[in-house]
Write a protein that binds this ligand. Structure first.
Ligand code: HEC
Length: 245
């Protein structure tokens, strides 16, 4: 356990001194809030989770302070979430002399992304949703299900060559298929009849490294393959099966 008195003194000292730097970082990140959060979560899992507990990132490290309890305590004591950002950022970039937390080599942008995620996630009840839920995980989410003629896909936000699901289902008829990509890696989604490699192509979205693109296709009952047409991506696993009833 960390000595509470020591940590509290440190927190209070840091909160004042980093606020100016923090304001600037906060603005720069606004336009990219989602990508920054996703990136921050992935980096947190990679660099911080082995030592810190943070529930939303499924981090269970016990060497450093539990960031949920540490920040719950600080929030209860009146610290704003925006101040968490600065504390985390400066803890990463400028660890105090004698700190038992190692200096981790990373860019200021990476540190800002991690701080952005911890600010969002620390001591926040519930679980991460949407694109963030898949960040840092290699498993597939529950199958995508068509609703009111719309079927939505998301590319793996961490840049893995995969969608967040490998199964989907729809009812026959006209369906608008969308694919959201926040990974920064170029992808699209194409729909092909059957589950083999040579079925007829029903349609495809444009290839892009961000944003959401959609297509309308008319589906009959049967099995289809959804996949990414960027060379090499399907072979690497960026495909799945769409079952139409
Ligand atoms: C090898 C273990 C280790 C790693 C990896 C690590 N930390 Fe720490 N961290 C600690 C320890 C130990 C402390 C306790 C403070 C001290 O000794 O200075 C700490 C303190 C902190 C604090 C201050 C919490 C408080 O209540 O005062 C924050 C914030 C923090 N770490 C964030 C991070 C982030 C973000 C990362 C990833 C970039 C990270 N840590 C990586 C061990 C680690």
């Amino acid at each position: 356990m960390v000595d509470r008195g020591r940590r509290r003194r440190w927190l209070l000292g840091a909160a004042g001194s980093v606020l100016v730097a923090l304001g600037a970082a906060g603005c720069a990140l606004k336009g990219n809030a989602n990508i920054s959060l996703v990136e921050g979560k992935v980096l947190f899992i990679k660099h911080c989770a082995q030592c810190h507990t943070l529930d939303r990132a499924s981090a269970k490290g016990l060497i450093g302070p539990n960031l949920d309890s540490a920040f719950a305590e600080s929030i209860a004591a009146g610290l704003g979430r925006n101040e968490i950002h600065g504390i985390v950022e400066s803890q990463i970039l400028y660890p105090a002399t004698g700190s038992r937390m190692p200096k981790i080599e990373m860019t200021t942008r990476q540190a800002a992304d991690i701080a952005h995620y911890v600010e969002y996630a620390a001591a926040r009840p519930g679980k991460d949703g949407g694109v963030l839920a898949a960040a840092g995980s290699t498993g597939f989410l529950a199958p995508a299900v068509e609703k009111n003629g719309k079927l939505a896909f998301t590319a793996n936000p961490t840049g893995q060559l995969a969608y967040t699901v490998n199964k989907a289902s729809a009812t026959a008829g006209s369906v608008t298929i969308s694919m959201t990509n926040a990974s920064g890696v170029p992808h699209n989604i194409a729909i092909q009849v059957g589950t083999g490699a040579s079925g007829a192509l029903l349609g495809h979205t444009t290839i892009a490294s961000s944003g959401t693109a959609s297509i309308s296709v008319t589906l009959k009952p049967g099995a289809y393959t959804f996949f990414c047409q960027v060379p090499g991506h399907r072979a690497a696993g960026m495909f799945g099966t769409l079952t139409v009833k």
